[in-house]
Design a binder for this molecule. Structure first.
Ligand code: PLP
Length: 377
């Protein structure tokens, strides 16, 4: 493939200036040189997380950070509220169950956001709830949940609020300190424009207090060990050195563009993608769509998986299909990280050509034109 486009909600495209950092000769991590880099990175992450908390960097995929958060905030037998409604919301519940916590599930239909009243009711019915686990952007459905409203509710209880912003960070508004979110987790291969391998946990004061009482088994994912090392710009175990060095470059790019502008760019990309989908005659799947990706229903009679393969293998354009119960029913077009308007036009152009190729009804240019309308204003 001469040119390829990665429009998936993780991994996302890695800009050349970041990629080139990965090929540099390795340095050792217990050195002043590395500590200097790690200090810069740990500071830079705070502005992306919009927090004054320590942001801890772990070597794992995003799920590792989720597990670290779960074992930090609750003991086995504790009640925890989990907002489900997608694969990643469900994951919170799966992890909590492994550690013997009592999961109180708030089930919302896939494609919908949770209503804060449901959370309020669950907190009222379970006043001893240790934590509420939520998802900023539910990547499996393209939904964003109202974290601000949920945070306002959990602040009035003893429950800590833990938010999976693995895909949402850098694309969706999340004001951790201002809203009062206790833990935010993320990963490297999404809005941060890096390959997979790093995860992040931003930990609030209430959590460090809570950890004095949580005895849930943990070793590699014991956040206290990471906090202790951070004081020396260090980590307890060997970090993914090249990824951390590349992260410094990613954070410089982010700083250059500015968080405000980055969020606006994602908003625009999302609006144009929704418009393009409608222009092409496609129906949106999510009722409260996020800025990370756009989920659209695969039209009746269209073989969605065949189109995903064709776009990827013949056109170099990778979009995602549905996961779990949505497999074969939706397409997910991501506009996350290093994505520019013209990448979205490429996606629609490729989709139109694929429709034409397989004999599905399509007016060439209809999706592209509708997306262009949004970009032109
Ligand atoms: C990608 C993603 C995850 C999983 O992260 P891994 O890096 O695959 O462990 C969890 N939650 C959300 C919302 C995601 O988008």
């Amino acid at each position: 493939m001469i040119r390829s486009y990665l429009l998936t909600p993780g991994p996302t495209p890695v800009p050349d200036v970041i990629l080139s950092e990965l090929g540099k000769p390795l340095i050792h991590h217990r050195t002043p040189q590395y500590r200097q880099i790690f200090r810069e990175v740990s500071e830079g992450l705070k502005s992306v997380f919009q927090t004054r908390n320590d942001v801890l960097t772990l070597t794992s995929s995003g799920t590792g950070a989720m597990e670290a958060a779960v074992v930090a905030v609750a003991n086995s037998q504790d009640e925890v509220i989990v907002i489900r409604g997608g694969k990643f919301g469900e994951r919170w519940g799966e992890i909590a169950q492994v550690y013997g916590m009592k999961v109180i599930a708030i089930d919302v239909p896939w494609g919908e956001g949770v209503s804060p009243e449901q959370v309020q009711l669950a907190l009222k019915q379970h006043p001893k709830t240790a934590a509420v686990f939520a998802t900023l952007c539910e990547t499996s459905t393209g939904v964003t949940h109202d974290i601000k409203a949920i945070a306002a509710l959990t602040r009035q209880s003893q429950a800590l609020l833990v938010v999976d912003a693995i895909s949402g960070l850098g694309a969706e508004e999340l004001r951790q300190d201002e809203w009062g979110v206790d833990v935010v987790v993320s990963g490297s291969q999404k809005g941060l424009m890096l390959p997979p391998g790093l995860s992040f946990v931003s930990v609030g004061e209430r959590v460090w207090k809570r950890m004095e009482q949580t005895k849930t088994p943990r070793f590699y994912f014991d956040l206290l060990a990471y906090k202790k090392s951070l004081a020396d710009d260090d980590v307890p175990y060997t970090p993914a050195i090249p990824l951390v060095i590349a992260l410094r470059q990613a954070l410089r790019l982010i700083q250059e563009e500015g968080m405000e502008k980055i969020l606006q760019r994602h908003q625009k990309l999302a609006a144009a993608t929704r418009a393009g989908a409608k222009g092409l005659g496609l129906e949106l799947f999510s009722k409260t769509p996020c800025n990370v990706l756009t989920a659209v229903k695969i039209p009746q009679g269209v073989n969605g998986e065949k189109i995903v393969s064709y776009l990827r293998d013949e056109k170099g354009v990778t979009i995602a299909g549905g996961q779990a119960e949505m497999k074969g029913k939706i397409w997910r077009i991501a506009h996350l990280g290093a994505i520019a308007p013209l990448d979205i036009l490429v996606a629609f152009s490729a989709l139109e050509l694929a429709f034409k190729k397989f004999g599905y009804p399509v007016k060439l240019g209809s999706g592209v034109a509708a997306a262009e309308e949004v970009f032109s204003c």
